[in-house]
Design a protein around this ligand. Structure first.
Ligand code: FES
Length: 158
């Protein structure tokens, strides 16, 4: 190995060491940024975190949010749930995940049904049964509890 070759190797090592340091610095800057931003995000969008800590029960709104014939999707334990104040059956809640291919269902206020927009699956808001479309089974029902003005939903087996 000539002297020049050795010099080249040393230089190459020096370059890769510097690259590594640069990478390390970049990485720690990123880690710092993540450390700063994560709590901010948590502050701005706290729902998910709070639900995770509430042991499977989540407040989905107040009675004022659910006039008769009105419904909405809200997260319960990180999963979408559809809550409807049905005209005949009172407050009802079901998993909002369509039993066909897993799309999120929505409340169709005009037709007063739970609708899956993916393949027009339709569900009965009183018992979750399939009215029409490809879903093979009803939407699993969740428990609704009203305390004062607050509406809570939890898994039926919680
Ligand atoms: S995913 Fe809901 S109807 Fe297909």
């Amino acid at each position: 190995m000539s002297h020049t070759d050795e010099h080249d190797i040393v230089q190459t090592e020096e370059v890769s060491r510097r690259r590594f340091m640069g990478w390390l610095l970049g990485f720690s800057a990123l880690a710092t940024a993540a450390g700063v931003f994560t709590p901010i995000m948590g502050y701005l969008w706290p729902t998910k975190r709070q639900l995770g800590e509430s042991g499977g029960r989540a407040q989905v709104g107040t009675l004022a949010d659910f006039p008769a014939g009105h419904g909405k999707v809200a997260p319960v334990n990180d999963k979408p749930v559809i809550i409807v104040n049905t005209q005949q059956g009172g407050l009802k809640a079901f998993s909002a995940i369509c039993t066909h291919l897993g799309c999120i269902t929505e409340w169709d206020e005009r037709r007063q049904i739970i609708l899956c927009p993916c393949h027009d699956g339709r569900f009965n808001p009183i018992n979750g049964d399939v009215i029409s479309g490809p879903p093979p089974s009803p939407l699993p029902e969740m428990l609704v509890a009203v305390e004062g003005e607050n509406v809570y939903v939890s898994a039926a087996n919680a």
